[in-house]
Design a protein around this ligand. Structure first.
Ligand code: SF4
Length: 134
């Protein structure tokens, strides 16, 4: 399984704190915690994309990481590519009222928000490791 990669598809909600947190957490996993093990796509490109993008979840086991219970990344993956191996929804971790609070960009984040990023990144890594260990 050494060469196996896991697809991590995060939602792209820019209007809510949850969307910002999932994007930063996915990036942290990709760039720091599990380099070379993550394949990811920009969700809007995925939704707008052609066959190559739509092959994403057919090629890689996918973890959908969503900023709130609307679960845009999970729904898009199910609709366009098929199976979702696991999911993370930030409202389950922090509460819907927190993830839908109105902080928009990474510029406005406070230390407690970066702690949330770290927690989500760890959750992604746990799920990735479980898939990679199969
Ligand atoms: S899951 Fe929630 S935060 Fe993410 S894009 Fe959808 S509505 Fe926005």
């Amino acid at each position: 399984m050494a060469d196996t990669q896991v697809g991590v598809l995060s939602c792209s909600g820019e209007e809510f704190l949850g969307g910002t947190i999932v994007r930063l957490a996915t990036r942290k996993v990709m760039e720091e915690l599990r380099t070379d093990k993550v394949v990811t796509l920009c969700l809007p490109l995925y939704i707008a994309g052609g066959d190559e993008e739509r092959e994403f979840a057919k090629t890689y086991p996918v973890i959908a990481v969503d900023g709130c219970s609307k679960s845009c990344a999970r729904i898009a993956t199910l609709k366009y590519s098929g199976e979702v191996r696991d999911t993370i929804v930030l409202s389950d971790l922090f509460g819907e009222d927190v993830v839908l609070s109105n902080i928009v960009s990474a510029r406005d984040l406070k230390p407690e928000h970066y702690e949330m990023v770290d927690k989500v990144a760890v959750e992604i890594c746990k799920k990735m490791d479980a898939i990679l260990a199969e």
